[in-house]
Every structure is written in C-alpha cells, then in structure tokens.
Design a protein around this ligand. Sequence first.
Ligand code: UD1
Ligand code: CA
Length: 461
Amino acid sequence: MLNNLNVILLCAGKSSRMGLNLPKVTLAINGTSIVERTLTNIQKLNPKRIIVVVGYKKKLVINKVKQLDYQNIEIVDQKKQLGTGDAIKPALIKLNKNSQVLIMNGDTPFVTPKTLKKALKSFKSNSSDFLITISKLSNPFGYGRIVKDSYKNITKIVEEKNCTPDQRKINEVNSGLYICKSELLKNFIKKIKKNTNNEYYLTDLVEIFSKNNKKITSIIEKDENAFFNINSFEDLIKANQIDNNYFLENCLKKNINIHDPNSLRISTNVKLSSNISIGPNVYIDGNSVIEEGVNIVGNCYINNSVIGSKTLIKPFVSISDSKVGKNCQLGPFSNIRPQTELANNIKIGNFVELKKSIISDNSKIPHLSYIGDTEMGSNVNIGAGTITCNYDGFDKHKTVIEDRVFIGSDTMLVAPIKIEKGATTGAGSVISRNLPKNTLGITRIKEKMIPNWKRKPKVKK
Ligand code: UD1
Ligand code: CA
C-alpha cells in the first residue's frame, strides 16, 4: 500500500453536455462503466484511500462504486455543482496529514496505472509542490491550455472559453490529473475565486501556486488518447472506438488474429489467451475465457463461457453460460445453452441443441439432435435426429447415457432413463425403459413387403 497516497476522484458534475439525464461516469464503454474503469486503474496503485466526490444523481454513481467492493473508498457529497475547484472542498476533511493527493477528473477512463505511477514518481523525484499532466494534442479544442512564461515555467491554465486567439493555438493542454501536497491543497483551495460563470475552477490553482512561488512541475503524455475525456455523446462513441483500438493493439501483442475488427464486439471482462483466430461478426460477452489456439471462424455469439484450448468453433454457433473443453469441434449451427459442460475432443455438429448437459471425452453428437438434462459418458455416438424427451408437460427428467453407448438415428429417449455401458439402440426407436449394458434396444413395427405393388394411376379430369 502507498501509505501516504490519497486520491480524489471528481464524479459530481451535471454532465449537461451529454444531453442525457444521467451522470456521465455511470455510462459504459464496451460494457464497463467509466467510473469502474477509472477506479480499477487507480486501485492498482494501492492507495491508502480513494475519495469519490459525488453530487448530481449521486445514488446512481454510489451504486456503481459499491459494486466494486473496494475497502479503501470513501464517498463525499458536493451539494451544488459549482465547478471542479469547489468539488475538491468536501474531500479535504478526509485527507491524511502530510499525504500526497492525486486528483483526477472522473471522465478520463483510459489513464493507465503506468501513467499514474510515472506521474507519482516524477512528483517525488522533483520535490514538486504541484504536478500537472500535460497532453500534446493535434486538436486542443475544448481543453484548458498550459500557459508558460519566457523561462518555460508554467504560470497558469486558461480554459477554452477564456483563451485569447494566441492562447487558443497552444497545443499543450491540461489532462485533468494533478498531484499536490495535502497541506498545500487545504491552504490554497480557499484562494480560488468564483469566476464570471459562477464556478470555481480547480485549474486556477496553478496561477495561485505560481504567484506564491510554489514548485509546479509537469509530465507530458505522448499518447493523444490516454487522457481522452468524455463530455458529449459523440465523445462516448469515440471512446468505444479508442477502447477497441487499445484492445486490438493488445491482440497484436498476443498474436491474436482478428479478421475484421469492425464487426468484432468483445466486452471488457473477456479474457483472451494467445494464438487465437477470430473471424468476422463475433460477439463475446460476460466473463468469457478463450484459451490458447482457439479458432472462432465467424458469426458466433459466446456469453459467459469458457472455450478450451485448440477448440474449433465453426460459423453460426451460440454458446451461453457453458464450458467447452480442449480440442472440441462445434458447429456449424450449434446451440449450446446454459449449464452445459463439454469435456475434451468432443464433436457437436449442425442443428444440435444442448441444454444443462454434461458430455464426457470423445463423444459425438454430429447432427440434428436435442440433448437436455443429460449426463453422457465418454466415447458415445449419438445418431442423427436423436432427442432426449426430458419434459412430460410438468417436470424435466434426466437422461443418463453411459460410456461407449451407440444411439441409432432418430431415437427418442424418454426420460427419466438410463442407457448402460456399451448398449445400442436401433434407428427410429422410442426407448422408454432403462437399457442394460451391451444390450440392443429396438422398437419397430415389423416391416411388411408387398410384391408387385402398383401405384394408383393419375385420374385425368
Ligand atoms: C476540465 C479542466 C480542463 C481540462 C479538462 C481535461 C477545469 C475547470 N477544467 O475541463 O482544463 O483540460 O478537464 O479533461 O477543471 N465535476 C464535479 N463537480 C463540478 C464540476 C465537475 O465533480 O461541479 C467533475 C465532473 O463530473 C468531471 C470532472 O469534474 O468528472 C471534470 O469536469 P468537466 O466539466 O468534464 O471539465 P472539463 O470542462 O472537461
Ligand atoms: Ca471533461
């Protein structure tokens, strides 16, 4: 734990530029809220305390924060939204004496722990009083500009609307992440004056510190997106793209082959191993885990599921809340419904639906079958058109199929039922009693043969 580090995260703003009646920090980028992303990154520094300032629709923000269950988070309330300089005030009372305070805007979700650590290191090694993180942007519009004197000392931050035409050309901007000594912050925050917009700007602190000969230092972030902040709905859409790009960069590092980045949607909590291939139109959601060497050909939906290494998923496969083992082959057109567990080397073919079933090693269900509430042994072969008749209109019943069973095509297995080791069923049978081991079960009307059969001639009208 960094014992003397306190963090203030500003999340109280009205988010008026969003055009939504929601605090922007609760909005999600690829499935994870902005506040969750920021807090997860901050938490990696292991700070003594994180003080989250809430205000506008605070319950919504508090709910998101509480879901994370971090023990070092405290919430404080900014009663009126009077600007970033005012938002700091309710947090001051919580600060540890002689601590370092890292202040961060709540709407910058891409700030990495690496950047935060770099800022802290620089603050300490330069014996700084106040550190500002600066981004160099090709288009600085909307950001506070960093103004320096002729000796290149930072003298103030000027917000977009207050810039002179010359200041507007400055492309070094304030990223919204600052580090300060707690006692200085407490003493100087009072000196910020209300501006003509009836707001207190935290950024005015820079000019105040400069005039009081405090040591202001800075670090420059080269990645233009690292401090991207979300003020409008358009920004939120752009943030999704930025997140996708970061994701794709990571994929390249891990040797993951994404055929069509534009049609891939992967939620933040999904874990991808290395050497994976993912084709077009794939959506992977929830806490899914895709292990090494998996090949997802395309047009697939995978939710909250584990896909074991070297498994091949052919087109049009849907897998939800299930576990697929190693070296399996699924699809095309397979539907793996919740609570299904496939062991290793299993083949599930076209138009096969599985639900709440456990299938052991080397078994095959290659075509046109429904297998539900079933426990299946290893080396089982299920013929085309097999159905486990698990529902009697009131209750669901279990089917047990033991090792090395061979189920003939178009067999109806009327549950509850047990097919013992090595048993066989004849094609087209309706099996409703338990089948002992190594037995053939067959239910068929005896086939008649009528020789010289003449079909009726067509009657002409
Ligand atoms: C701010 C900076 C600007 C900087 C930019 C970087 C100020 C005055 N300006 O502008 O220099 O370039 O961030 O992203 O600080 N908030 C509160 N209470 C309030 C107002 C805001 O908690 O009364 C919170 C918001 O929820 C948000 C953060 O403070 O998370 C920043 O507020 P925002 O209005 O987005 O500031 P910017 O205009 O982007
Ligand atoms: Ca902002």
